[in-house]
Design a protein around this ligand. Structure first.
Ligand code: FCB
Length: 448
């Protein structure tokens, strides 16, 4: 008998995990159903001038009600794993206290339906929809918010622990901290650098407390965190630009990976920013609680050059083409560089690419066809980059497309479409694009 192959057509290991991702606030709608409390994104959307076109998540893709449509799409796509997030305000409307059964039941039903199709639930506990009541009490700059997260995480572990195949504590804490509290571009829209760094610490503490709660529950499903790791490329091969790029990577890599891997905070970065972290005894041990993998969200790579006049010694240069509709350069080899950089510095056991995808201005043809050739090219080149990384000995174990469906793209409202499936935001109708067929065939070719 022929020996079983351990790789499939494109050379991926046969146990490579193929998936796609969404997040609660971006798809669910029904923001007032079943006792859900308001989140910071509901409030931010109501604030004039914050979100493009005055868009809100009130209806979004209507996935809270029409989740069966999403499961059906996932089934026909053939994914192994679906990464979705749980809306904290559906579980604890005020961010504390007794959980709402209706909220837990919703995610139980979803996980069960996925399970029936053989699709793993890969659950993100926090994808940015903080209960507004916790922001009113001080938000992430307040230490108590980390304890509230731990309580919430424990509730979810108990309720869904037997149904979830993979856990992620936080999604892209860099965005929560800096877009949310320093640049004011995301909810809650504050512009306060000191608050942003307190947020960094409390998010990491929340992550560590969440991992400890997971261990205490004795759950078998592995746990990790999702980082939008960023390591800009130097504009030239000159020593000054190379050194500048190295420094520029601190905020998007070392600020997260150093504490998670037990090395404390990167002093070079904190010194450059003039920041002292609000560390209490035991915090750094909690933050360094062992995890099973790291999720990396990758879309692009930026470029920096030396700038001795700035506090950090670098400045960004304009993004070179080709670009997506987000104005993000398309640089698949940047993913390989980023993973190699992280592998060289931190002992990450396994990587999952937890988000990768592209927004383009899709055209719907007369009979509903969306020939999104550019998105297909983008996805194909980034899947190939995963294979290049694996060949270089980097333990990339899975890949998730962002996103299953067009959805609420934060401050861009509904103006940027990332989906494999087109959504008509008036009728809620879902319509697979050509990229859906491309990804389905890619999975099919490579599945065991
Ligand atoms: C990431 C977010 C995700 C999505 C993509 C385009 O930063 O995690 O929710 O909006 O960007």
């Amino acid at each position: 008998m022929a020996q079983a192959r351990d790789t499939k057509n494109d050379g991926f290991p046969s146990d490579f995990l193929w998936g796609c991702a969404t997040a609660s606030y971006q798809i669910e709608g029904s923001t007032e159903a079943d006792g859900r409390g308001p989140s910071i994104w509901d409030r931010f959307c109501e604030t004039p001038g914050k979100v493009y076109g005055g868009a809100t998540g009130k209806v979004a893709c209507d996935s809270y009600r029409n989740w069966k449509d999403d499961v059906e799409l996932l089934r026909s796509l053939g994914v192994d794993s679906y990464r979705y997030s749980i809306a904290w305000p559906r579980i604890q409307p005020e961010g504390r206290g007794k959980p709402l059964q209706a909220g837990l039941d919703h995610y139980r039903r979803l996980a069960d339906a996925l399970g029936e199709e053989g699709i793993e639930s890969a659950v993100t506990l926090y994808h940015w929809d903080l209960p507004q009541a916790l922001e009113d009490a001080g938000g992430w700059p307040l230490r108590d918010t980390a304890y509230r997260f731990a309580e919430y995480a424990d509730i979810v572990f108990r309720a869904l622990g037997d149904r979830v195949g993979r856990w992620f504590t936080l999604n892209e804490p860099w965005c929560s901290a800096f877009l949310g509290y320093e640049y004011g571009e995301h909810a809650p829209g504050r512009k306060d650098r000191a608050a942003a760094y307190r947020t960094v610490h409390h998010l990491l503490l929340a992550h560590g407390l969440g991992v400890k709660a997971h261990t205490a529950e004795g759950l078998a499903a592995p746990i990790g965190i999702v980082i939008n790791a960023m390591a800009p490329r130097p504009a030239t091969n000159g020593a000054a630009d190379i050194e500048a790029a190295d420094r520029a990577a601190d905020k998007g890599t070392a600020l997260w990976f150093d504490p998670i891997y037990g090395r404390g905070y990167p002093e070079r970065h904190l010194a450059a920013m003039g920041i002292a972290m609000p560390i209490e005894p035991g915090d750094m041990e909690t933050i360094a609680s062992p995890i099973d993998f790291v999720g990396i969200n990758y879309y692009s790579e930026t470029v920096v050059e030396a700038d001795p006049s700035g506090p950090e010694g670098f400045r960004h240069v304009p993004n070179p083409p080709p670009m997506t509709e987000m104005g993000w350069s398309i640089v698949p080899e940047g993913l390989v560089r980023l993973l190699a950089r992280i592998r060289d510095r931190w002992p990450v056991e396994a990587f999952y690419i937890t988000e990768n995808g592209a927004a383009f201005a899709d055209t719907v043809e007369e009979f509903g066809r969306v020939r999104d050739r550019e998105r297909i090219d983008y996805l194909r080149s980034h899947v190939a980059a995963c294979k290049t990384a694996i060949d270089a000995g980097i333990p990339v174990k899975g890949y998730y497309v962002w996103s299953l469906i067009d959805n609420f793209e934060w401050a861009h409202g509904y103006s940027k479409r990332f989906g494999l499936v087109h959504v008509d935001f008036d009728s809620g109708k879902r319509n697979p694009k050509d990229s859906f067929s491309f990804y389905r065939d890619t999975i099919d070719r490579n599945k065991a």
